[in-house]
Ligand binder design. Structure first.
Ligand code: F3S
Length: 398
């Protein structure tokens, strides 16, 4: 890989041992992808969710970086952390609690602030065509597809190295040609395209079929960015999809010609309502009894989405023995709690939280509207209205 004089200097250790290690990491990774050079980035986002087997090792690395005194050069956010407002409710199930204080201190020293998987809803929202180094798959697909900024699916800790160096390796989706649509998905007329439950199920199907190719969807020009966030997160779970063009909606998919860069799709795939029913059955774990926990929002809800859920709870009461979690980013949570909506939350008994329902390992049975949560864990997959009905009227079979 070509390196500038300054990059060579860093690599050779002239700017300190830790910086050299971080540079070595991104250069080696870049070499393995055939990258020709490094490129400046404007933003980074890290996952922090390393799985229970790796969290101790990751926390140690983070601590070493923090102790070295290095700081991020670009705006860097991280995935959700523990919501200390519910430390009592969650203390039994949250092994990361022991690491919380140390990690928070280290992240703060490095300059990583803002904890959500939807950083584009706070102040980490790059612009069209800007280069970034993000991990969190649901955030990367939103960044590439909805915003039209550019990031590969980086790895946790690698993204922190990128944030500190202000650079990543130039390959994959950073390059225009690699953003060309490859598969065309068409939706049959019997599908209600305004139904979020259908859209997240379509996301699961697209991810399964596309793998790491770039899908293009025709027939969803009216989809909202929030709904596209949920569809994309599902595709990024069942596949390695990091960019979807939606004809008439996303910035690089205004027309079929633009999405396919004047080429033809490799394949055209039609999705039917029957495919949607099958994929729901495949990814839903049917506990057939009342859940202990119900979670809405994975990815975390936008403020608007959270308020829509809260409004649906007006005049309702969550049944005893059920925790009903509405997951959103910390800023939205604070603003809603300090508004009139808090009365509905308090009256209904629902919890508004900034945690990640997956990382939190909520005790089962769990019911959720999230396709992503169902893919990664044994949860029952239902639409938001059914989740609320189960929470307030009790379990039922469809
Ligand atoms: Fe976000 Fe956690 Fe889901 S990080 S996308 S709420 S798995």
């Amino acid at each position: 890989m070509y390196l500038t004089k300054e990059e060579e200097d860093i690599l050779s250790g002239n700017k300190g041992e830790m910086l050299s290690k971080l540079m070595k990491l991104i250069v080696k990774l870049g070499d393995s992808f055939g990258a020709e050079k490094l490129i400046d980035i404007v933003s980074a986002h890290t996952v922090l969710n390393f799985g229970l087997n790796f969290v101790n090792a990751a926390a140690n690395v983070l601590h070493e970086i923090a102790e070295s005194g290095l700081k991020v050069k670009v705006r860097t956010t991280a995935d959700p952390i523990i919501d200390m407002d519910y430390s009592e409710e969650l203390s039994v199930v949250y092994p990361m609690f022991t690491l919380h204080d140390q990690m928070m201190e280290d992240l703060d020293k490095i300059g990583i602030r803002g904890f959500t998987c939807t950083p584009y809803f706070i102040d980490n929202k790059p612009k069209f065509r800007e280069y970034c180094a993000w991990s969190e798959s649901s955030a990367v697909i939103y960044l590439n597809s909805v915003i039209g900024a550019r990031s590969n699916r980086e790895g946790g800790l690698v993204d922190i190295a990128c944030g500190i160096l202000g650079k990543t390796s130039y390959h994959g989706l950073l390059i225009t040609e690699n953003r060309k649509g490859e598969l065309l998905f068409r939706l049959s007329p019997d599908i209600d395209k305004n139904d979020l439950f259908n859209l997240t199920s379509i996301g699961l199907i697209i991810g399964e079929i596309a793998g790491n190719q770039v899908p293009v969807i025709e027939g969803l020009e009216n989809i909202s960015s929030d709904y596209l966030k949920n569809l994309g997160a599902a595709s990024a779970a069942t596949g390695a999809v990091a960019l979807i063009h939606v004809i008439g909606k996303t910035p690089e998919g205004k027309t079929l010609e633009q999405a396919f860069q004047n080429d033809k799709p490799k394949e055209i795939i039609d999705i039917t309502m029957n495919d949607i029913k099958q994929v729901r059955e495949k990814y839903s774990t049917e506990w057939n009894k009342s859940p202990n926990n119900i979670s809405i929002g994975c990815p975390q809800l936008s403020r608007k989405e959270a308020i829509e859920v809260i409004n649906k709870l007006e005049g309702k009461k969550i049944s005893e023995g059920i925790n009903f979690w509405i997951c959103t980013n910390p800023e939205a949570k604070n603003s809603i709690i300090n508004s009139d909506y808090n009365r509905i939350l308090e009256d209904s008994g629902a919890h508004l939280t900034s945690f990640c329902p997956l990382l939190t390992a909520l005790p089962r049975p769990l019911t959720t509207n999230s396709a992503k949560t169902c893919f990664y864990s044994n949860a029952t997959y239902r639409n938001i209205d059914d989740c609320i009905r189960i929470a307030t009227e009790g379990w039922y079979n469809e």
